[in-house]
Design a protein around this ligand. Structure first.
Ligand SMILES: N[C@@H](CCC(=O)N[C@@H](CS)C(=O)NCC(=O)O)C(=O)O
Length: 258
């Protein structure tokens, strides 16, 4: 679990659950979904990443990569959405979001880790290419500020490319091929069981619903050929947590007209 010792020591005194997050961010949606599923009280620290509200020395002092989400639980700072939701399920076990059956649990961790592993090379590349990069064109002053705060080379290069030259057609097709492969496999699996890791809603569903939602609504990725994914989405949409954690926070101006 990546627990961070923040250089911004203000957060060390925070009591209870505090979430630094963004409405549009699929990684943040995961954490909000778990908080709502478990009915937990939490304090919101909203940062609009489209307006670059996260690119400040104060926030980089909490999350060294300057990414959302970050959870602060009684002064303990945790980053990485997969680790945050795993931590929340351990710290607040009811209702459980990890299967007790060892095989289903292994399946759940496979899809939970996969969602995070493909984030930059597939999801972020595809969404920034189709939509977000164009909304985030940086001026020189902002670029300089980002470069002075960001030490992660992959993210520096990603942001330089996404707001200047963009990605090559080969890179975008490679990203799309990874996304196709994941959703085709998930669609086949969901023909056999209602949820990604078996017969109960789990952290694997929490990890993948935000990817489906943002790929569809932000990037226009077509889910038309995925019948079982469509039924799975309907099942999640009927859960009260979906409206509160995903829809209510999503910026309406970013909704793609279908
Ligand atoms: N592996 C991280 C990825 C976090 C991430 O990339 N967050 C995005 C939003 S989903 C972000 O902060 N983007 C703003 C930026 O790249 O500057 C996680 O799962 O939490």
């Amino acid at each position: 679990m990546p627990v961070i010792v923040p250089t911004n020591e203000e957060v060390l005194s925070y009591a209870g659950l505090h979430l630094f997050h963004s409405g549009v961010s699929n990684c943040s949606m995961r954490v909000r979904m778990v908080l709502e599923e478990k009915g937990l009280e939490w304090e919101s620290h909203h940062l609009n990443i489209l307006k670059k509200e996260h690119i400040t020395p104060e926030y980089f002092g909490i999350n060294p990569a300057g990414l959302v989400p970050t959870l602060v639980n009684d002064g303990v700072v945790i980053i990485e959405s997969d680790d945050i939701i795993d931590h929340l399920d351990d710290a607040f076990p009811e209702p459980p979001l990890k299967p007790s059956d060892p095989q289903q649990r292994e399946q759940m961790y496979f899809w939970l880790r996969k969602a995070v592993e493909i984030h930059v090379k597939a999801i972020k590349t595809f969404i920034y290419d189709r939509r977000v990069g164009k909304n985030m064109a940086q001026n020189l002053e902002e670029e300089e500020k980002y470069r002075s705060l960001q030490t992660n080379r992959e993210l520096l290069e990603f942001h330089r490319r996404s707001t200047t030259t963009g990605f090559s057609a080969d890179e975008v097709s490679a990203a799309e091929a990874i996304i196709d492969d994941c959703f085709q496999t998930l669609d086949r699996g969901l023909a056999e069981s209602e949820w990604i890791a078996g017969d109960a809603f789990s952290l694997a569903d929490v990890a993948w619903l935000p990817l489906q939602f943002t790929l569809d609504l932000l990037a226009g990725y077509s889910f038309d050929s995925y019948d079982n994914i469509a039924k799975w989405v309907k099942r999640i949409e009927s859960r009260p947590s979906f409206q509160k954690s995903v829809v209510d926070w999503f910026p309406p101006e970013m909704l793609r007209s279908k």
